[in-house]
Design a protein around this ligand. Structure first.
Ligand code: GLN
Length: 274
């Protein structure tokens, strides 16, 4: 009660800025009061209710502890659409948009598509939306991830078939595809970056080994699972391009190439069934 001014938008943002920066403070506060970010600037003298102030304080402290903003707001934008996220799914990354762009370049008309390890569903759903004739299947080992992916498909009005299971085990033996897409867990178990990603599901980030085991599993069956002329596209780590290209060639794929992300790092490798 002593400081009556603490509950204005201006004061709350000013107080949080040294801790988490103005940008994130604004995203969190706008989310809490269910207004667009522009509202905060136009109404910076508005006084907020105690419950909003308390929630903001809590979110700021969680953010300071390392909780990613999308887990606090429950959403993340990917390829221009909002996806619901929670701690059961990886937060969609801009890097993965490169995989979408390449897939859209090589796709035939009305493709049969599979997204292995769909997580939030961002790859499968984006392809379904960008490629209206596509017949899209998405798999995940995690039931909880599939629940989120299904929610996103419903919210974004995308028709997807969801299958539960590990990589190819989820898919009936006789099915083949024009596009096989995946952003599998590819971080090495001893990679120091994992420590900064402790809030995301570890099984979505690392294979618990050298980072290549899931990529190898996916590539291994790709030839048997691709239609003639079909493509396999996977995301991988910045230093895994040559290894993944070698796995693709061993698996019998042709026209193998690696594409960089917008940070200039090798990020996506693709190969075709000739
Ligand atoms: N396909 C999802 C994504 O790209 C999930 C990937 C994962 O969990 N490794 O965000």
């Amino acid at each position: 009660m002593t400081d009556v001014k603490r509950n204005t938008i201006r004061a709350l943002i000013a107080e949080a800025t040294p801790k988490i920066g103005r940008f994130e403070a604004s995203i969190l506060l706008a989310h809490i009061i269910e207004k667009p970010k522009e509202y905060l600037i136009a109404h910076d003298e508005a006084e907020l209710e105690d419950s909003a102030v308390m929630t903001f304080d809590l979110y700021v402290s969680m953010r300071v502890d390392g909780m990613p903003v999308p887990y606090l707001t429950g959403k993340q934008e990917f390829f221009g659409r909002h996806f619901v996220v929670d701690e059961n799914v990886l937060i969609p990354r801009p890097d993965t948009e490169v995989l979408i762009e390449q897939a859209l370049i090589v796709t035939p008309k009305n493709p049969r598509v599979i997204d292995l390890g769909t997580g939030s569903g961002c790859i499968a759903i984006t392809i379904a939306k960008e490629c209206p004739g596509a017949d899209v299947t998405a798999t995940d080992f995690s039931e909880r991830a599939l629940d989120i992916a299904k929610k996103n498909a419903e919210n974004l009005d995308a028709k997807i078939r969801f299958l539960q299971g590990s990589w190819w085990n989820a898919v009936p033996n006789d099915e083949t595809f024009d596009l096989i897409l995946s952003n599998p867990p590819y971080i090495r178990s001893d990679d120091e970056h994992l420590a900064n990603l402790q809030y995301e599901p570890q099984t979505a980030l690392t294979d618990g080994a050298n980072g290549l085991t899931c990529l190898e599993t996916i590539a291994h069956d790709a030839l048997a699972r691709l239609n003639q002329g079909g493509w396999l596209l996977v995301e991988h780590g910045w230093d895994q391009g040559p290894d993944v290209a070698a796995l693709f060639r061993q698996a019998g794929l042709a026209a193998v190439r690696t594409v960089k992300d917008y940070g200039g790092n090798d990020r996506v490798t693709m190969g075709r069934k000739a």
